[in-house]
Design a protein around this ligand. Sequence first.
Ligand code: G6P
Length: 367
Amino acid sequence: DAYDAGEHESFMHKEILEQPAAAERVMRGRLNDRFATGHLGGLNLDARELRAIRRVKVLGCGSAYYVGEMGATLIEELARIPASAEAASEFRYRNPIIEPDTLYVAVSQSGETIDTLLAVQEIRRKGGRVIGLVNVVGSAIAREVDGGIYLHAGPEVAVASTKALTNMFLGFAMLALQLGRVRDLSIADGRRLIAGLNALPGKIEQVLATEERLEAIAERLAAAESLFFVGRVRGFPVAREGAQKFKEISYRHAEAYQTSELKHGPLALISPAVPTVAIVPDDELVERNVAALHEIAARGGPLVVVTHDDVELQGLDAERVVVPRTERELDPILLTIPLQLLAYHAAKHLGHDIDKPRNLAKSVTVE
Ligand code: G6P
């Protein structure tokens, strides 16, 4: 097989490190600087059809669902179209209302996940329009949809998705840009986003360069039986994805929560034995986030804070992980990368089979 782990000890590690190159591939030829927009030919939607979309509904399973939540936020921010994500596995069973002016987006690395495929078929049976964000060319979902964006991440072998996931986020960013630019997103904002996107591969590289430090933190986290991952708004799907990765390969109980909701329940569980990984970008919510983290520290909860440089933690006793700044809308992807490495090194430290975690399959093709 041409694709092997090479000098890497696992496919997951190789795939994590391939992200800067994969990110460049998914964006190549798809950003139009002159008109400050995305150029996604495979959507099969002209400007008038894009303009007629009143709502966006994203469907996926597992990590694809969590990136779908990041994508829905991007679409709401840049295009101001109501957008939400839902687990494809649940969607079909609640007799969903399919509307002609909603754009449905099916997200899947393999393109074979049965729950996502069945959701696509249900939507199309009811006359809805579906596009795919799919990695595997010619896969079942790619063949069923009305159009889409291939992710060009290259083959992904590890069950825990990394580079495909990053490219899903970038696919959403380009889609949101294109939807925004047929509406009220200005040329200046479009250019700002494009410059941010073009700089991302280099910034992903910078995060990957901090691996040694993340490894040391991961070894400490691996000792805990139970952990929280917390974030708000743009940071909440990041926390969900971080918890998902951690639990699937380290087999530790990792629960994601909105930082704002801690005081409504989970704070009761905080103790020196239960660490929290907090996603705290330097955004509109930074002060409130930091205040909530002090509540955790006051109860002896160990903290790892994934944040930007110069964020004032007000004397918080915490391990700080810094990611480079980008445009705020694009923060989620850089905040996600250290969480991949935390999960990876925790699992490695515990001696698990990282590429093939117990009880899980890379693509789930039975309902
Ligand atoms: C499985 C894997 C998950 C993955 C999900 C969706 O459950 O364990 O890691 O996110 O499938 O896979 P897809 O190929 O549709 O992205």
